[in-house]
Design a protein around this ligand. Structure first.
Ligand code: B12
Length: 208
């Protein structure tokens, strides 16, 4: 079983093959990080390029996303680390207008695996919902995800609203178009371009 088999099965959105290939890779001892990064995530990058060049369209992108998510479900138990005691409460969601959730789900899985209580608000989350849920759960950290350049400004609005509400929660942001500079610009407390980095960041912010 090679990582290219996983990658190719996502690209042709053969869901059954994705599940089988990920299972086979796990049993043959391929590192979980490699299955994730060089198999599943690398496939989504190729899908993105094909979409940009007009080779595929939204329905195909969606099929690939579904195939990838099935692969992630198989990986999920192996991503969990030290989920022994609860270390804090984290609210996560994809901002208003944005329906991308694969990256958010991956961050959720890894943060849960690191022992945090994660409340996932889903996609297309209204600014006020972030504020009310952070308040209701006395959140330690709020995580905002956005995959579209057009929804990045909603992150800025959400950060502003959370700050205005005077909550103790730290705010971190992420998603393919987001940068460290943008996080600083909108007053977020941190940024990471990957899920393990998000865990690291949350650990630091909660300990601070
Ligand atoms: C799959 C996909 C879709 C699927 C989403 C399915 C789903 N359930 O998520 C569907 C088909 C629905 C879709 C729709 C659209 N999409 Co789309 N999509 C993608 C694609 C191919 C992959 C995204 C992905 O899942 N990547 C894999 C994950 C693991 O990576 P990630 O999300 O970046 O997450 C990682 C990090 O960023 C980080 N992270 C993520 N969130 C957070 C949060 C925090 C707090 C932290 C710390 C870290 C963090 O950790 C994650 C793990 O490593 C990208 C191309 C790409 N390569 O990004 C285009 C892409 C994002 N889509 C694009 C577009 C244009 C669209 C549409 C507008 C298309 C259309 N004409 O309808 C719609 C918009 C719908 C909407 N309102 O949201 C463009 C965006 C361009 C831009 N400049 O904004 C892209 C870049 C494709 C392209 N090259 O043109 N899409």
């Amino acid at each position: 079983m090679a990582l290219t088999d996983i990658l190719n099965s996502v690209i042709v959105f053969d869901k059954k093959a994705v599940v089988e290939n990920v299972k086979a890779a796990i049993s043959s001892g391929i590192p979980i990080d490699d299955i994730l990064n060089k198999g599943l995530i690398a496939a989504m990058d190729i899908i993105g390029e094909k979409f940009s060049s007009g080779e595929i369209f939204v329905p195909e992108m969606l099929q690939a996303a579904k195939a990838m998510q099935l692969g992630l479900e198989v990986l999920k138990p192996h991503l969990s680390g030290d989920a022994l005691m609860e270390k804090g409460t984290v609210i996560i969601g994809t901002v208003k207008g944005d329906l991308h959730d694969i990256g958010k789900n991956l961050v959720t899985m890894m943060v849960e695996g690191a022992g945090f209580n994660v409340i996932d608000l889903g996609v297309d989350v209204d600014v006020n919902k972030f504020v009310s849920e952070a308040q209701a759960h006395n959140a330690d950290v709020v995580c905002l995800s956005a995959l579209l350049t057009t929804t990045m400004p909603v992150m800025a609005k959400t950060v502003e609203a959370l700050k205005e509400a005077g909550l103790k929660a730290k705010i971190i942001i992420g998603g393919a178009p987001v940068t460290h500079a943008y996080a600083q610009q909108i007053g977020a407390d941190g940024f990471s371009d990957n899920a393990p980095g998000a865990v690291e960041l949350i650990r630091k912010l909660v300990a601070a």
